[in-house]
Design a protein around this ligand. Sequence first.
Ligand code: FES
Length: 79
Amino acid sequence: MKITVCVGSSCHVKGSKAVVDTFKRLIEEKNLQDKIELGGTFCLGKCQDGVCLEIEGKVYSVTGETAEKFFEEEVMGAL
Ligand code: FES
C-alpha cells in the first residue's frame, strides 16, 4: 500500500509533518515497512481539507490529532 501525504504549503502549515511522523512511528512499531510505502506529494488541490493524503487514488483528510486513529482504522483495516 502506498500512502502519499501532501506536504504542500497549506497542509504543511496544518501539520503534515506531525501526520508523517505519526505514520512513520506506527509503521515501525507494527513492523509494516514491507507493506506500506510512505511518500510525500505537493498540493492535492484540496487545501481546505488539509492535511490531505492519498491512498490508492482516494484522498482523505486527517490532522496530527486524528492521524493515529485514521491509521488504525483505514490503513490497518485495508491491509
Ligand atoms: S497543500 Fe495540501 S492539498 Fe493543497
